[in-house]
Design a protein around this ligand. Structure first.
Ligand SMILES: Cc1cc2nc3c(=O)[nH]c(=O)nc-3n(C[C@H](O)[C@H](O)[C@H](O)COP(=O)(O)OP(=O)(O)OC[C@H]3O[C@@H](n4cnc5c(N)ncnc54)[C@H](O)[C@@H]3O)c2cc1C
Length: 432
């Protein structure tokens, strides 16, 4: 059986940061990823750009390395003072390169079959996949599936849904009603962005939501509309007309946001459709209904954009995310349960892994009830990433040990990077 210092389950936002940091620290590191590429919500979920988490962020080496690697490959730009404006396809390659640099082994397309626990410690993880060519000599036939076990001194659960914690029967914090709407993000191509930006500059002349900039000869922009807030949205008359004409349903107007994508000069990425009716991200029926609704919604957005936005006449759907965008699901019970009071008061801790001032960003499924609460710098302690139940299990990412409202601030990608990096550095110090 192969034994690793660190096994990272889930090669997404936090998992990649954790694995890269562990590998660069000289630890024998494995990523187990159920998909066939790294990146999680950034790549599979098309959640781009990666937003800034404040000016005093710590544990940013991985973020900087990713920015640099994407830049080298032509899949990065700096827009709105944010250098983490990524191209999701190039990010997949950049992450492969970073893991190679850090000597991280990766098992793609791999699922966990079971976990062996002894004396409150994970000893082995049994994984399954159809082809295990590298480990042919160890393959056992079990439950008619090919499986193999890997040993781990420390395990980092970076699956978003805390799958390892669930298999280990850990305690959790989530309550039935505590969800945020889910979103199936997508991209549209075939757009004449210059034409669209000229029109948008005039249409949103007050620039209350639109930002447009030409960078290295390419147009970059972002704009939005939502029914949520009591604010004058420049695009509101267009959305109202589209509902009147039957191009969109009223429901479709709950949230609309677009961003340009570096290296894709005719493309925009959509931070929508936001599905407010089915938001229980731990319930398969709810998720399935959300996906069915979302794809219908995306098709209506295509008709809408072609009809109302100059420059979109020949637009087409170029990519739908292969992962439903989930903002919150399972949250582990850690050695410390972080609270909204800790966050609002900026409580200090002896071993912080995250410093951020990203607002409390909670999307609601009720009209006008979403919140974006500005806060000052806050710290997250390492103990919120330690399982209370299993001694060698850490978590990183949105499944951290935090109450619902504070998770609404800490779930963002910049903070997930810091969590992954912070956990890996902590483990490296334990093994030193
Ligand atoms: C619609 C939407 C918009 C958002 N907008 C922003 C934004 O603008 N800015 C921002 O900073 N943040 C944003 N966020 C939040 C942020 O994207 C996520 O909270 C964050 O990326 C979560 O990171 P993670 O590492 O916890 O999970 P992920 O990045 O989802 O990674 C989890 C990984 O684990 C893998 N995995 C899952 N189960 C298993 C398993 N059993 N075995 C092996 N692998 C497994 C997955 O394939 C994936 O690669 C948004 C989120 C959503 C949903």
């Amino acid at each position: 059986m192969n034994k690793y210092d660190v096994v990272v389950v889930g090669g997404g936002t936090a998992g990649c940061a954790a694995a890269y940091t562990a590998g660069m620290a000289g630890l024998k590191t494995l990523i187990i990823e159920k998909n066939i590429h790294l990146g999680g919500t950034i790549t599979s979920g098309l959640v781009i750009p990666v937003m800034k988490s404040g000016n005093n962020q710590i544990n940013t080496e991985f973020r900087n390395a990713l920015i640099e690697e994407c830049r080298k490959l032509g899949g990065q730009t700096t827009f709105q003072d944010n250098p983490a404006w990524f191209n999701p396809e190039i990010t997949k390659i950049a992450l492969d390169n970073l893991m190679k640099r850090a000597h991280v082994e990766i098992f793609f397309d791999t699922n966990i079959l079971g976990i062996k626990i002894e004396n409150n410690m994970i000893k082995r993880i049994k994984i399954t996949k159809e082809i295990l060519s590298a480990y042919n000599d160890e393959i056992e036939m079990e439950t008619k599936k090919l499986s193999v076990s890997v040993g781990a001194r420390y395990v980092i659960d970076a699956t978003g849904n805390c799958v390892v914690g669930k298999i280990c029967n850990c305690n959790f914090l989530e309550k039935d009603h505590e969800f945020q709407p889910v979103t199936l993000r997508f991209m549209m191509a075939g757009i004449n962005l210059r034409k669209f930006s000229e029109w948008l500059k005039v249409y949103d002349k007050d620039r209350n939501v639109t930002v447009i900039q030409e960078i290295d000869g390419y147009i970059h922009l972002s704009t939005a509309y939502t029914w949520d807030k009591d604010k004058k949205w420049a695009l509101e008359p267009i959305f109202k007309d589209a509902v009147k004409q039957g191009v969109l349903k009223r429901y479709d107007t709950n949230y609309f946001q677009i961003f340009t994508v570096p290296g894709m000069p005719d493309t925009v990425a959509f931070n929508c459709p936001r599905i407010i009716d089915y938001n229980n991200s731990l319930e398969v029926k709810s998720i399935s209904k959300a996906l069915l609704l979302a794809r219908q919604n995306i098709y209506r957005y295509l008709q809408f954009c072609r009809k109302y936005f100059p420059g979109f006449e020949n637009a087409y759907i170029s990519n739908m995310a292969d992962m439903l965008g989930v903002r919150v699901s399972r949250r582990i019970k850690g050695k410390y349960v972080y609270t909204i009071d800790d966050l609002r008061s900026g409580k200090k801790f002896s071993h912080p892994v995250v410093i951020s001032d990203y607002p409390v960003d909670v999307h609601s499924n009720k009209k006008a009830e979403s919140r974006l609460e500005k806060v000052k710098d806050y710290q997250l302690p390492i103990e919120s990433l330690m399982s209370a139940d299993i001694d060698n299990l850490f978590v990183a990412g949105r499944c951290l040990s935090a109450d619902f409202l504070s998770q609404g601030a800490l779930r963002v990608q910049g903070s997930c990077f810091s969590m992954g990096e912070g956990v890996a550095k902590y483990i490296a110090s334990l093994l030193a």
